[in-house]
Design a protein around this ligand. Structure first.
Ligand SMILES: Nc1nc2c(c(=O)[nH]1)N[C@H]1C(S)=C(S)[C@@H](COP(=O)(O)O)O[C@H]1N2
Ligand SMILES: [Mo]
Length: 200
């Protein structure tokens, strides 16, 4: 019997449709623009800013004390792999906003990370259960190379929007490109509309 994987055949026949141009990946590739930062949960904190004003700051313990959400979801990388049924645990952005006592902001948001990586999103794409800060993958603490201790997870957009080693979300009126968006990646990045590059 011929095992397609021996010949590097990329699996595209799946029980449910894949976004255009994607293939099915069983492993979990690591894609980082720089080295993995050493993030210590003892000093880690996460901040939400609105138009330059800090409206909430959480430390590791306070994040873990909030309501926790389990999510099973598919993830899609712009380098063309899709991974089905990944299991995450964390805190929705809705829960953080409610804890800070603020209404969901409108406009846009910039995610910023240890190491300097940034990525921009519409505010609407991180609320209503669509965005989480995750600390657990497959029942185990999220590995440093995958963004541990805490990364953003925005599964309905290409995975470059899921900022690893996240430290802040800054809500703002206007859309501003983040790290990869400045280098030609799409401002929105919907895998189902194959929005890989700026003009897609
Ligand atoms: N801080 C940070 N977050 C990041 C990146 C990065 O380089 N730095 N790479 C992005 C890209 S391009 C992808 S495809 C995913 C990869 O996540 P993974 O390494 O867990 O597969 O993380 C995204 N988040
Ligand atoms: Mo990526």
């Amino acid at each position: 019997m011929i095992n397609n994987r021996f010949f590097g055949r990329r699996r595209t026949e799946t029980s449910r449709p894949l976004p255009p141009g994607q293939y099915l990946e069983d492993g979990f590739p690591v894609l980082s623009a720089g080295p993995t930062p050493n993030v210590d949960t003892a000093t880690w904190d996460f901040t939400i800013e609105i138009e330059g004003d800090t409206v909430g700051t959480w430390k590791w313990n306070s994040l873990n004390a909030l309501h926790q959400t389990d999510l099973r979801t598919d993830i899609h990388c712009v380098t063309k792999w899709t991974k089905h049924d990944t299991d995450w645990r964390g805190v929705t952005i809705d829960t953080l906003l409610a804890d800070a006592g603020i209404e969901p902001p409108t406009g846009f948001v910039m995610a910023s990370c240890d190491g300097g990586y940034t990525t921009n999103l519409p505010a609407a794409d991180v609320i209503d259960g669509k965005g989480l800060l995750v600390h657990t993958y497959d029942g185990k603490p999220l590995a440093p190379e995958h963004g541990g201790p805490v990364r953003l997870l925005i599964p309905h957009l290409y995975l470059w929007k899921s900022a690893k080693w996240i430290r802040s979300l800054k809500f703002m009126e206007h859309d501003v490109p983040g790290f990869w968006e400045r280098y030609g990646y799409h401002m929105y990045g919907d895998p189902w509309r194959e929005q890989r590059y700026t003009n897609d």
